[in-house]
Design a binder for this molecule. Structure first.
Ligand code: GCO
Length: 415
């Protein structure tokens, strides 16, 4: 597989999120986020770690961008930390926060890499949670709107691709329904996250190729959930929902695996709940490497939503971070090469043979990073992070594979 298997202008990139990469949680006047609070609570994080340093991209973004350029990447998807822009969630913008993202964006553009910016990747300012229970309160719509406006004003002259919420489904299910991710509540919500579809929103389409029964159960689970939401929360007013329809410029899709379930509802809901609640199972996504799933998913979106422009905003797999695994073994990540090779082959078929309008593909992720409630126990990177030696970035075999895949053609073309 190579660039030649994709249309001219197809975008290859890597994806990240502020909280999992930046570290520097107390620098640049950044305010506390719900993940700062949550990761301090005993038992919440599998390896008892936190993201105070994460992989220190706050201080190393220039050299990380050099790595992206060296691989031949076209774009970088990152998120803005709301509590860097507004330490208390609202009020006056924090210039140190704006300056950090200006420097990041300017360096990306200087090196010919397009920024794709997610406004919200789970790290809500703690003050909004404390003041009015965050996403459970209508007030958040106004505060998010103001936050988005300030971001568009500060960065919109250079950032042309915006994503609103990363995986609203995850925020609702894992943060507020099951409560095993920040803020660790067990209530329900969902409609507040759906009102602000500025440019794209990444639905949580992990398991698309599922049997009808699974679909039924899944949707019935969703339906029940929606029924519950509808009963307990005000309906989305027609004038609001009309704002949503057709308001997206592209659909961001985070896709990792495909589930296959027997005709068995309890098992299905158990998987969904188990998958969402246990650390071991959280890794189960990547035990099922099902490359044809991405092709079938692209056709599903094509047929169900009128073939909108799609961007695969996350796709990748993790290796366990175990102390007994020798460095040279960890770097020889042949399984990850096969994963991306086969998913990309299927994605190319979806475009070339099925006419799906897929415009880009982002690897999760450039670097090993902090995997939420799994801490540093999962390694997703094309680059290995040596947590015991100054967070040194070491290219895995998959990084070299991508470099050949991405640059060989362009180098050849330039000759
Ligand atoms: C998600 C998030 C990422 C994860 C990645 C690996 O999709 O859950 O966007 O923050 O780290 O998916 O699990």
């Amino acid at each position: 597989i190579s660039r030649a298997d994709f249309p001219d202008g197809f975008i290859f990139g890597t994806a990240s999120s502020a909280y999992q990469f930046e570290g520097a949680v107390n620098e640049g006047n950044k305010g506390t986020s719900i993940w700062d609070t949550f990761s301090k609570q005993p038992g919440r994080i599998l390896d008892f770690s936190n993201a105070k340093t994460a992989v220190d991209q706050y201080h190393r973004f220039k050299s990380d961008i050099d790595l992206m350029k060296d691989l031949g990447m076209d774009a970088y998807r990152f998120s803005i930390s709301w509590s860097r822009i507004f330490p208390n969630g609202t009020g006056e913008p924090n210039h140190a926060g704006i300056e950090y993202y200006n420097n990041l964006i300017d360096d990306l553009l200087e090196k010919g890499i397009q920024p794709y910016v997610t406004l919200y990747h789970w790290d809500l300012p703690q003050m909004l949670e404390d003041r009015y229970e965050g996403w459970l309160n209508d007030q958040i719509v106004k505060d998010f709107e103001h936050y988005a406006f300030i971001c568009f004003k500060a960065f919109g002259d250079r950032v042309k691709y915006w994503l609103t919420f990363n995986e609203p489904h995850s925020i609702v299910l894992q943060g507020y329904d099951l409560g095993f991710q920040a803020p660790g509540r067990c209530s329900i919500l969902g409609h507040l996250l759906c009102r602000k579809g500025q440019s794209s929103i990444e639905p949580y389409i992990v398991a698309h190729n599922i049997l009808l029964s699974h679909a039924a159960a899944y949707h019935s689970y969703q339906h029940n959930f929606k029924k519950l939401v509808a009963e307990r929360l005000p309906e989305i007013k027609p004038e609001v929902s009309s704002l949503l329809v057709g308001s997206l410029d592209f659909v961001g899709i985070n896709h990792y695996t495909t589930l296959y379930a027997r005709n068995d509802r309890t098992r299905i809901e158990k998987f969904i709940l188990q998958d969402a609640s246990s650390d071991a199972a959280a890794n189960s996504h990547w035990l099922h490497i099902v490359p044809w799933g991405i092709r079938k998913l692209a056709k599903y979106v094509r047929d169900r939503y009128g073939n909108p422009p799609m961007v695969i905003t996350e796709n990748g797999m993790d290796d366990p971070n175990k102390p007994h695994i020798a460095l040279n073994k960890a770097l020889q990540d042949d399984k990850r090469i096969r994963y991306h090779r086969d998913y990309l082959s299927n994605l190319s078929a979806a475009i070339r043979q099925d006419n799906c309008d897929v415009r880009g593909y982002f690897v999760w992720s450039l670097l090993d990073n902090w995997e939420w409630n799994m801490g540093y126990s999962a390694r997703f990177g094309l680059y290995y992070i040596d947590y015991r030696n100054n967070l040194t970035r070491i290219p895995k075999a998959s990084a070299k594979w991508f470099r050949n895949m991405l640059r060989l053609d362009s180098d050849l073309r330039n000759q």
